[in-house]
Design a protein around this ligand. Structure first.
Ligand code: 3MF
Ligand code: MG
Ligand code: MG
Ligand code: MG
Length: 386
């Protein structure tokens, strides 16, 4: 079947299926879609929710009456079609005012405007029911470092996040905040470029417990890193607040490909990781249809993201029940109760006992762990011949 239902918690951004196919070298290839029509189509496909930047719904220069009408029509569509808005975020990258950064601009007026715009957007997100608020610092970075702001930028960024966390509390919004790292594009270098850097930065905030991560498949891949490795570290830190699923060829421009379109095996291990660890937040697809596509291609793209996730989830279940795979796995992980008792926790006695032990170093070096066979079994399972 592999037909999604809201219980699968699949979400898309208004900006994803709504992407009209503009790129740096070419004009849009598709007509814009209205927010209510996106809600209707996504609900029809079995999605759970839809996320947005403030300006995906309300143009930056909209008058109050126009804003109210757009929000009212969007809310009506959400309630008509049973979709929720789990996450909201701010567009701090499209407008020329943010060309040299928002929270990290060297111009104090831009930094203040970024806070002003984000508070209004947090108000909107709350009105729509969002509980997670994402910060993707698209313009927070540099092409040249002659401006000498590398340390200042981190401290301005920290001040802004601290300010907004207090704003959320004072308004009773109680958002959970998720930082979304990206190494580059649109800036030459973006601050906090990877999952690891964002985790380190969170520890320096006033209320670190309110902040977690929104890691993105394409972003870590652009940095030449493994997305499952990054996500595992986020889970280990208890910081997986949200996730952006898509795909990407390493070493290319930001492609935002359909989930599973490129690195299927990596996507499999990611889905397995999310499912095995009981991640119960939204599975958000931050991707868009190829520029070649018409509107039919957009919905084929959306269906494909969800279907591939469900197929990989089923493959992960099969993997867990495959006797040969499980036997190879058990052989790979060598247990030794006595030694694990000594290494689990330091005590002077454990240290003394370990120092006295002798080890058969040559045998340890000779042993083949069987990974070739285990990986081949995995590949054959994925290829559908098991
Ligand atoms: C860009 C992104 C962003 C963020 C979004 C917040 C426009 O590569 O991934 O999409 O995901 O701003 O979630
Ligand atoms: Mg992205
Ligand atoms: Mg992108
Ligand atoms: Mg993203």
């Amino acid at each position: 079947s592999y037909t999604p239902t809201p219980a699968d918690k699949f979400t898309f951004g208004l900006w994803t299926v709504g992407n009209p196919g503009r790129d740096p070298f070419g004009e849009p290839t598709r007509q814009p879609l209205s927010a209510p029509s996106i809600v209707e189509r996504l609900a029809g496909l079995g999605a759970y929710g839809v996320n947005l930047h403030d300006n995906d719904l309300v143009p930056i220069d909209a008058a109050a009456a126009e804003r109210d009408r757009l929000v009212r029509e969007f809310k009506q569509a959400l309630s008509d079609h049973g979709l929720v808005v789990p996450m909201a975020t701010t567009n701090l990258f499209t407008d020329p005012a943010f060309k040299d950064g928002a929270f990290t601009s060297a111009d104090a007026r831009v930094r203040a405007y970024a806070l002003h715009k984000t508070m209004l957007s947090m108000d909107l997100g709350h009105e729509l029911g969002a509980q997670t608020y994402v910060f993707w610092g698209g313009r927070e970075g540099t092409e040249v470092d002659a401006g000498g702001k590398l340390l200042d930028a981190l401290s301005w960024f920290r001040d802004s996040l601290n300010f907004l966390a207090e704003y959320s509390r004072s308004q009773g919004y109680n958002y959970r905040f998720a930082l979304e790292p990206k190494p580059n594009e649109p800036r030459g270098d973006i601050f906090l470029p990877t999952v690891g850097s964002a985790l380190g930065f969170i520890a320096t905030l006033d209320q670190p417990d309110l902040f977690g991560l929104n890691p993105e498949f394409a972003h870590e891949t652009m940095a030449g890193l493994s997305f499952p490795h990054a996500v595992a570290q986020v889970i280990d830190a208890g910081k997986l607040f949200h996730i952006d699923l898509n795909d990407q060829k390493p070493g290319r421009f930001d492609q935002d490909l359909r989930f599973g379109a490129e690195n299927l095996k990596t996507a499999f291990f990611l889905v397995k990781l999310l499912e095995d660890t009981g991640y119960d937040g939204p599975r958000h697809f931050d991707a868009h249809a190829l520029r070649t596509e018409d509107e039919g291609g957009v919905w084929a793209f959306a269906r494909g993201c969800m279907r591939t996730y469900l197929i990989l989830r089923e493959k992960a279940r099969q993997w867990g029940e495959d006797a040969e795979i499980q036997a190879a796995l058990a052989a790979y992980r060598v247990e030794d109760e006595e030694l694990q008792g000594l290494t689990g926790k330091f005590s002077p006695e454990n240290a003394r006992a370990l120092k006295r032990r002798s080890f058969d170093r040559e045998m340890l070096g000779r042993r083949g762990p069987g990974l070739e066979q285990l990986d081949q079994l995995t590949v054959e399972l994925l290829l559908g011949v098991r």
